[in-house]
Design a binder for this molecule. Structure first.
Ligand SMILES: Nc1ncnc2c1ncn2[C@@H]1O[C@H](COP(=O)(O)OP(=O)(O)OP(=O)(O)O)[C@@H](O)[C@H]1O
Ligand SMILES: [Mg+2]
Length: 301
């Protein structure tokens, strides 16, 4: 079962200029889905459409298996969201902020202490939200989003602006919400490195188009395909000719010998062969082998 099915969404703000072009996105119940893309790719626009914060122009949105338009109120009761920066009352403390929303949502008062504990803000006492660090503000905003016990959280760049420690804290919190409370999470980010340890499914958007959707493992597989091994040698032409029989896809790039990714054994064998034939090897590096490079490759094309 899917918590979110957004199919064939297209959207434009000014006439003719499509900021979303036939986007489809499926988020499985119980998963943590990472929605990735560079600045201006269309992440926030997509999330606002899914939440009904923007009027849909083209496409279909189903939430929890039902068409969103006809079941809007019921769907929104099951969703907690944080879009762009959190809107908090700076002059109120954490519990007072939550009290405002507890009245709006009409949920039991005891939820305030529960969510404060969940996000690790139980000990902030009288401190006003305006004096919170960015990480604390983000966590308070998530506490607000959790008050009415949603089964789906939609978070737009919740790690934006956080320092490495804050990012780890956020990741830990989201993992707990997913694993212990069974909450499905859709989280956007422009940095794969910030969420790769968290997500199971990934969608990558660029210039309003989905350029990849699949599991993190599938993304890693793609990574393997573009990964390479680079040999720095003294006589590169001769090295290329020598290896041509066994490695026909080897090429010379910027004076270096570039081969597809190889096992450690093959790497050692090539090195031995080069040295035996009197070619000096100055260095061996693995290229394009991190996920961030894959992300850059996918989004640059
Ligand atoms: N209200 C608006 N009016 C006109 N254009 C808009 C509006 N909101 C967004 N856009 C444009 O739509 C495109 C997608 O914007 P969007 O905010 O969805 O991107 P994003 O992926 O969330 O980017 P970021 O990582 O910077 O938050 C951008 O070109 C943006 O300028
Ligand atoms: Mg955005």
């Amino acid at each position: 079962m899917y918590s979110i099915e957004a199919l064939n969404l297209s959207h434009h703000f000014t006439k003719g200029e499509r900021v979303l072009d036939d986007i489809s996105l499926r988020v499985k119940e119980g998963s943590i889905f990472g929605f990735l893309g560079p600045n201006g790719a269309g992440k926030t626009t997509t999330l606002r459409l899914i939440l009904g914060l923007l009027r849909k122009q083209q496409g279909d949105i189903r939430l929890f298996g039902k068409p969103f338009e006809q079941h809007r109120a019921a769907a929104l009761r099951q969703i907690g969201s944080l879009i762009e920066s959190p809107s908090l009352y700076g002059q109120l403390n954490a519990a007072e902020n939550l009290l405002v929303w507890q009245k709006v949502y009409q949920c039991p008062k005891k939820r305030i202490a529960e969510v404060l504990d969940l996000v690790g803000l139980s000990n902030t006492g009288a401190k006003k939200a305006g004096q919170f660090s960015l990480g604390m503000k983000q966590r308070l905003a998530i506490a607000v989003a959790l008050l009415h016990e949603p089964s789906l959280l939609i978070l737009d760049e919740p790690t934006n602006g956080l320092d490495p420690g804050g990012i780890v804290e956020m990741r830990t919190l989201l993992k707990i919400l997913n694993q212990e409370y069974g909450i499905t999470i859709l989280i956007s980010s422009h940095l794969l490195s910030e969420i790769e340890k968290l997500v199971t499914e990934v969608g990558i958007i660029n210039h309003g188009k989905m350029v990849f959707q699949g599991s993190l493992d599938e993304l890693m597989e793609r990574q393997q395909q573009v990964a390479s091994l680079i040999f720095e040698v003294n006589r590169v032409e001769q090295a290329l000719q020598m290896l041509a029989d066994q490695h026909p896809t080897a090429v010379i790039v910027q004076g270096k010998l570039k081969l597809p990714a190889l096992s450690n054994e093959d790497t050692a064998a090539i090195t031995r062969r080069l040295v035996t034939e009197g070619i000096d090897v100055y260095g061996i590096t693995r290229g394009d082998n991190d996920l961030e490079t894959i992300f850059m490759n996918i989004t640059n094309n």
